[in-house]
Design a protein around this ligand. Structure first.
Ligand code: GLU
Length: 375
């Protein structure tokens, strides 16, 4: 029986992050193949239940360094970039081998920090994930370590996974790692440290509990996990920190009395996103729309370029804009899919004509309904 109250069982879209220390055997530098098979079988189980799954997998550098015969200990930037290039292909291959016999397509997506921090790239990455999921694929994501340099890198996949969860409006994020959750202190040093099963709010006290990393293989410690939790719960997503070294690490989480820490979100992903849009203090610009478009918005549909009659101010794709009715009053707010200049070129045109007008293929909506708040 599936427990629909359980955040993992109830989630529509799940992001699972696995750390290097789980994937790669510390001594041999090889993939923990037997374990990985059980992880993949758990992912397939979620899919069979109708849930959408995104996997954020570390391990590229740890796998690649052995193949290149690099020494243990910290690597130079160029060395870790080279190791990532070698390891990533092996990692992707392993997932393909384990998931595709079950008729699930695996898609590799490599992201950099800019893809989540720059509005336009964020929209792009989000649209790609959305499309892959709608086509029934499992996106396998890692940081694009071969091009990310120290200043422009996440460096840890905990925060990357949280950004992905936010980007994809996921409702559950599971960080599988080598720790079983959050303690009031470092359990390795402080025998009195107490386990915390649930965090309702991330207070300064909670943040104070995060010490340094306990793992020699991965790069994320408890501090990056708490930072990830902040992003996740703010985006309306449940997040769990759990020990991942058990066989069937995800299935196990739905068992009774499993030790792990759940962070509770403040709202749902859609509500969190809409709240954020509605709360934008100063929209970058505005568009005016015709009566037909306004009717469509009120029925819950997206705003198409065809319904836009004017633009005001300068805005880029990804900026929040006001939507004005024909009398000039603000009726909605949303995230623009096009800059003001491109909008002027395509307004009044049917979505099928956009490519011919702009000279490139672009999205059909000016504001997607998920990015739109009626005021
Ligand atoms: N992106 C790195 C890798 O694949 C791992 C980052 C992390 O350990 O969180 O090797």
């Amino acid at each position: 029986m599936v427990d629909r109250q359980h955040p993992l069982a109830a989630a529509r879209r799940v992001v699972v992050k696995v750390g290097s220390a789980l994937l790669v055997d510390g001594a041999s530098g090889r993939l923990n193949r037997a374990w990985l098979e059980t992880l993949c079988s758990d992912l397939l189980r979620l899919k069979r239940r109708g849930q959408q799954v995104i996997l954020v997998s570390s391990g590229a550098i740890a796998l690649g360094r052995r193949h290149l015969g690099l020494p243990p200990g910290p690597l130079q930037l160029e060395q870790s970039q080279a190791a990532a290039a070698v390891g990533q292909i092996r990692l992707a291959h392993a997932y393909k081998e384990l998931l595709e016999p079950a008729d699930v397509t695996v898609a590799q997506v490599l992201l950099t920090l800019e893809d989540s921090e720059q509005r336009e790239r964020y929209l792009n990455a989000r649209a790609t994930l959305e499309t892959l999921l709608s086509l029934n694929a499992i996106p396998v994501i890692n940081e694009n370590d071969t091009v990310a340099t120290a200043e422009i890198r996440y460096g840890d996949n905990d925060r990357l996974a949280a950004r992905v969860a936010q980007m994809a409006s996921a409702d559950c994020l599971v960080l599988l790692s080598d720790v079983d959750g959050l303690y009031t202190g470092d359990p390795n040093r402080d025998p009195a440290a107490q386990f915390i099963p649930t965090v309702e709010r991330i207070t300064p006290e909670i943040e104070g509990m995060a010490g340094g990393s306990a793992s020699a293989v991965g790069s994320g410690g408890m501090a990056t996990k708490i930072a990830a939790a902040r992003i996740a719960v703010g985006a309306g997503c449940h997040m769990c920190i759990a020990a991942g070294h058990h066989l069937h690490p995800l299935k196990r989480l739905e068992g009774k009395k499993v030790r792990c820490t759940w962070f509770r979100p403040l709202s749902t992903p859609v509500a969190a996103r809409k709240q954020w849009i509605a709360g934008t203090l100063r929209p970058a610009g505005a568009v005016q729309i015709d009566a037909g478009a306004l009717r469509a918005l009120r029925e819950g549909r997206s705003l198409l370029p065809a319904g836009v009659t004017h633009t005001q101010g300068q805005f880029a794709a990804g900026d929040t804009v006001s939507v004005l009715g024909s009398d000039g009053a603000e009726v909605a707010r949303g995230i623009a899919g096009y800059s003001d200049a491109d909008t002027r070129r395509i307004m009044g045109h049917k979505s099928a004509e956009i490519e011919a007008v702009l000279g490139f293929r672009a999205r059909a909506e000016f504001i997607h309904r998920d990015d739109l708040v009626i005021l």
